[in-house]
Design a protein around this ligand. Structure first.
Ligand code: FAD
Length: 661
């Protein structure tokens, strides 16, 4: 039975990443569902953006998160409109679920109850002169105001000056509240400190340092992790029982299996026997950090590596790096920068006339399509056999290549013209000297292959970072800042796999590498032509004329033959499309029919076009953009990046580890 997929949205980097760890731990603890982590950094302005990206993926059964209330408030209408159920384990703002028609379920009691508990605890401890302050954040200000209104606005309790107070309540986010408290201690305040629940995270005591004596913090009863765990357990139970359940049916199931009851609006029904909040001394560990528990330390605020680009190359890089245990962020597919992968022909073989590309193609072939090919894997691979047609000039290199393939265990041979004619009578090969024949070659489905690698990266903990990258800022030391459309993230290294989009990102130095012949974009176009049944035909790359083609086994054009012809469309903007004009199809037909004579009369069905980044010598840039840089390039594929991506990713990962060291 296929497993369901759920989006988990929270702060997986940035100052609030300590909270994201709770969600990561929840995801790791509950099997049976694919949990994809999406980073909103706990920033409200990013949350809606992430929600739109999550919805655009159209593959999630539900969402767990957003972690913080302001982010949740911005994102919830987006999920409601898409009919996606949302589980909110830790968002505590009052009236968050109003107008959502029960499409979200909240696990925790709200801030009003928290402040009542906090105030009662302070009064019980004898603090009748209670001062209130906040960390300057919107969230902190809202809590402080709410607490003041609970105190009836009386100056004795609601004074903002703390010189006469015996206790100070600091409302806000954990990093901001720690700063405020440290400042107050430095200014001489030695009374009790009370903090709101965002501070109920292990890291807070470290941030507070010497100021942590005589400090108290509000937390969800039993700790926040218990609520997170319950939400994950509930989602996993509902989705594993019936993986196809969606929308209202899923919401009903969630309500049934949860360990608590909800109002029709989705709020948790309070337990009259135990308040939902408790106030605990700060010395006691509040939330067990998963990394501490595991005895390892990591800087969760910064990615080890951010992979820019969600095409087949970026996806493969993210997958390899995540499998090697690095903390990987990977950008989401961007509609504004369509990937070459989306339009790629997907032709696959181990032979390439260029020795370096051949090494990559051969290794990729063995990694991804199997030394013998033939298995229909999640890449959509079809073994059709592959021919590379050769002219006189190509023969010597082909002989070397076939020897290399054979030595590596990939079946390959040279077919000379007589043999070629008898085995492939439909091909006109009078100008062909020989061909490299790989019975295990064929074609795959590039978007499926890229998706598969991204999914595997997610399964190994890679986090999705939404938004287009505008700029990379690299200093001599310290992490790199990656400026996104919304805010930015930090990483110790960057893999630049943005295809033709690289040139639009500021701060890269691709052109500096190739001053004399800067890489250029070029359009690639192909058309589908009707055939009675092309399914027995091989995949072909023709080094004599430049045309190329393959059969097509599935979908609307099943049975048709896909045929491309190079054209001189240089320096075009990145992009692609599912249309080809009749004139463009005739341009392809004109030359292709000299190789496939039946094409002269075949009906043109439709076509596609995309753009790839071409280098002077046809070889990609794979390594630091300049010596010493921690921006590692994986770009400049010159129309051959699909069949080489699996091995290229291994190389890039090795380069990343070198620069990190
Ligand atoms: C029509 C066509 C047919 C092809 N046929 C074949 C073939 O048969 N065999 C073969 O081996 N190769 C083929 N290729 C080449 C191959 O498809 C490409 O080389 C390969 O897909 C490149 O993958 P990539 O991941 O590097 O880049 P892309 O697939 O272009 O992906 C780039 C990614 O970067 C993202 N991006 C761009 N700018 C930004 C930004 N500012 N911020 C964040 N993200 C950004 C994009 O959204 C995208 O996700 C073909 C290419 C085309 C266009």
């Amino acid at each position: 039975v296929a497993e369901s997929r759920a989006a988990v949205v929270g702060p997986f980097s940035g100052p609030r990443a300590a909270w994201g760890e709770l969600l990561e731990r929840g995801a790791a603890a509950h099997r049976g569902v694919h949990w994809d982590l999406h980073d909103d950094q706990g920033v409200a302005a990013i949350a809606r953006y992430v929600a739109e990206a999550v919805v655009a993926e159209s593959r999630y059964a539900l969402v767990i998160g957003h972690f913080n209330s302001a982010g949740a408030r911005a994102a919830l209408p987006v999920y409601k409109a898409a009919g996606l159920p949302v589980l909110l384990p830790l968002a505590t703002a009052p009236r968050l679920l109003t107008d959502l028609s029960g499409t979200a379920l909240r696990w925790c009691p709200d801030d009003l109850a928290q402040l009542v508990e906090l105030r009662a605890a302070a009064l019980e401890a004898g603090h009748t002169r209670l001062a209130i302050t906040d960390d300057g954040s919107t969230y902190g200000g809202m809590l402080a105001q709410l607490l003041q209104s609970l105190s009836g606005g009386t100056t004795s309790e609601a004074a903002t000056r703390d010189d006469e107070a015996t206790a100070l309540v600091v409302c806000g986010t954990h990093a901001g509240a720690a700063q405020v408290a440290r400042d107050r201690r430095a200014a001489g305040f030695d009374g009790a400190l009370y903090f709101t629940d965002d501070c109920a995270v292990d890291e807070f005591a470290d941030l507070l340092g010497d100021a942590s004596a005589n400090a108290w913090v509000a937390r969800l009863r039993g700790g926040a992790s218990a609520h997170v765990d319950s939400a994950f357990r509930t989602a996993a139970a509902a989705l594993t029982a019936e993986p196809c359940r969606r929308g209202p049916a899923l919401l009903t199931a969630l309500r049934v299996v949860a360990d608590r009851t909800f109002t029709p609006e989705g709020e948790p029904v309070p337990d009259p026997s135990a308040p939902g909040w408790e106030v605990v001394p700060l010395e006691a560990p509040t939330v067990a950090s998963p990394t501490r528990a595991a005895g390892r330390s990591r800087n969760g605020k910064v990615y080890d590596v951010l992979v820019v680009g969600a095409g087949v190359v970026g996806a493969a890089c993210a997958d390899v790096l995540a499998q090697q245990g690095l903390r990987v962020g990977m950008t989401a597919p961007s509609v504004a920068d369509p990937a070459a992968t989306r339009y790629s022909g997907g032709l696959v073989r181990a032979y390439d006339p260029d020795p370096f590309l051949r090494e990559l193609a051969l290794r990729s072939y063995r990694l991804a399509w199997g030394a013998d090919g033939g298995d229909v894997s999640p890449t959509g691979f079809r073994q059709t056999g592959s021919l590379v047609l050769l002219g006189e000039d190509n023969l010597a290199e082909a002989e070397k290549g076939v020897a290399e393939l054979t030595a590596a265990g990939v079946r390959a041979s040279l077919l000379y013209s007589g043999d070629l004619r008898s085995r492939f009578p439909g091909l006109a090969t009078q100008d062909v000297v020989a061909a490299v024949w790989e019975p295990g070659g064929g074609y795959a489905d590039p978007p499926v292959a890229a998706r598969g690698r991204r999914d595997r990266a997610c399964a190994h903990g890679a986090v999705v970072v939404s938004g287009r990258v505008r700029r990379i800022e690299e200093q001599d030391t310290g992490p790199l800042r990656i400026e996104l459309e919304q805010d930015g993230v930090w990483a110790s290294a960057v893999v630049m796999a943005a295809g033709s989009g690289v040139s639009r990102i500021a701060g890269h130095q691709l052109s500096a590498l190739a001053v004399d012949a800067a890489p250029r974009t070029k359009r690639i176009r192909y058309a589908f032509f009707q055939h009675a049944d092309s399914r027995g035909m091989p995949t072909i790359a023709d080094l004599v004329t430049g045309v190329w083609g393959r059969p097509h086994h599935s979908g609307a054009a099943a049975g048709a033959y896909l045929t491309g012809r190079p054209s001189d469309e240089w320096d075009v903007p990145p992009g692609g499309g599912d249309t080809v004009t009749t004139a463009q199809a005739e341009f392809i037909r004109e030359l292709a029919a000299t190789r496939w004579p039946w094409l002269a009369q075949a009906q043109f069905l439709h076509g596609r076009h995309g753009v790839d980044l071409f280098t002077d010598d046809g070889r990609p840039f794979l390594g630091p953009q300049v010596p010493g840089s921690r921006v590692v390039l994986a770009a400049g594929w010159s129309g051959s990046g699909f069949k080489t991506a699996p091995a290229a990713a291994e190389l890039v990962a090795a380069r990343v580890r070198e620069v990190l060291e």
